[in-house]
Design a protein around this ligand. Sequence first.
Ligand code: A4P
Ligand code: MG
Length: 156
Amino acid sequence: MDAGAFAVVALGSNMGDRAGFLALARERLRASGFPWTRASRVLETAPIGGPPGQGPYLNQLLAAPLAGIPLSPGQLLRVCLAVEDVAGRVRRERWGPRTLDVDLLTWGERRIRTERLVVPHPALPDRPFLRVLLEDLGPGWGKIPDPCNRRRTPGW
Ligand code: A4P
Ligand code: MG
């Protein structure tokens, strides 16, 4: 199956017990009813954007086949935000350090642009490590999708 048949979420943590927060996110996302059948490696990455002096991130991607998925993209976003809350995330500043960030990276080849949800995630072209991790999920996955729905530049 190719990337067009999967939803992909990105996990990131650069505060506290980073590996523990990723494990918590995996556990909660599995409990959400999505069949997360593929996982990338956990990669340590230098922070991109945000205030100086932040620690490095641990990042990981999970993928679930869209066939039989029980939720809409908007509902999955709500699950992602709820998982961040369980990790005690406090939103202070954009791109600031965080215990846990759970973003919806792609939903098959769908392009979504609402007030609350932009997919593919606009940061995709600006974070080369995301393409590395996409390749972990499947050969050729790092090539898609094209970032034609950026909201702001540079980055997001
Ligand atoms: N939102 C819209 N589209 C999406 C989507 N596809 N996935 C909205 C998730 N959320 C989406 O997010 C703010 C709002 O974005 C959400 O309420 C949702 O309605 P937030 O998580 O509260 O804010 P944020 O994370 O501080 O800002 P933003 O713009 O989401 O930042 P990013 O892109 O999440 O970047 N460097 C490394 N090395 N690794 C990282 O993981 N992450 C960030 C955060 C910065 N630098 C990083 C990393
Ligand atoms: Mg986010």
